[in-house]
Design a protein around this ligand. Sequence first.
Ligand code: HEM
Length: 364
Amino acid sequence: MHKRLLDFLDVRLGIRDILEQNLTKYLLPKNVNIWYTLGAVLLALLSLQFVTGVLLLVYYVPNPAEAFKSVEIIMNDIPYGWLIRYLHAVGSNVIVIALLLHMLSVLFMGSYKKPREFTWISGFVLFNLTLVLCLTGYLLPWSQLSFWATTVATEAAGAVPLIGDGLVRFMRGGAMVGDATLGRFFALHVMVLPAGLVALVGFHLFCVRRIGISKPPFGEDYAPTEVADEFVHEEHPGGIPFFPNYAIKDLAVISLFLGLLALLVFFAPGLFIPPSAFEPADPFTTPAHIKPEWYFLWAYQTLKIFPSEFLGLAAQGVVMTLLALLPFLDRGKERRPFKRPLFLTCYLLGILLFVAISIWGHYS
Ligand code: HEM
């Protein structure tokens, strides 16, 4: 049966050739390491996010009078509704963790360098798009947490000179967070951003596959090579077949992340969903301690550290621009981390600073 189906497809689409080129004959570098599984982990987690998101959409009502109630119904009355909702809400945090690890490993191994500039930039935009998806999703349950976290987050844009006020009004659809904000965040969260994300993931994977996976810069036989000025697909003769050898590793690490997600959903959902997420939004009562999600804490605290919010925003802009343009700024051919002491120092200091400012933001 399986052979007959393959024969049928092979005659019409040449499917055997496609499968061979992308699975069994797709060779990865001999010293490929576990960090290269994170892209597949992200694909798996994003797929789960799409499925749970669509299921939530069946019962969620995007209007301030009913949004909170509809989420309560999902949590309490719909069979396994609580599970779907927690997988989606907690899952978004696990995706950000996987994104940060993927980005850090690519930085450490210098695989953002020529000729992978487009892979890096598309990844960097994906990272930011994912954060905006998280931000827009946060408002949808219309809880105290949603309402006030969105008020704080949109307020920050007010620090932009000249256009700040207009920008805040544009994001909120009015002076305050209200009906219009929910409408536009809903449209962004369920349609515009997911469509953009899918297109960009497609482009990112195209870049990865077209150029070929980079050789990890470790081991005796690694030597930095000059990148040609014409297009060359990076081959790895004698390497490890993607299928089944590396696909098993991908599967193992995906299972590890799904296990982590299950642990969090069943035993510690409160880690990411604080009590104010269970109170309906009240625009007239500001909660005492309203904090953005953990991955925005660094940005929230930077605005407070600088003497003016504008300077804080400018500092964030500089850091993000430097990161986005990194492959064009760091042009040396050396990729071995320990042969790049200046980069390694900035890398470690950057991680330390991110963690320290986030902890400071949490306790401030
Ligand atoms: C939704 C988010 C993302 C998905 C689904 C994704 C997917 C993938 C996959 C499947 C690979 C190939 C295997 C691997 O190296 O892991 C890859 C490689 C790569 N990714 Fe991503 N990625 C995402 C986000 C990012 C981000 C945020 C960055 C950096 C800012 C990035 C930069 C790169 C680079 C430079 C490579 C090439 C690695 C190499 O050839 O050694 N990606 N990505």
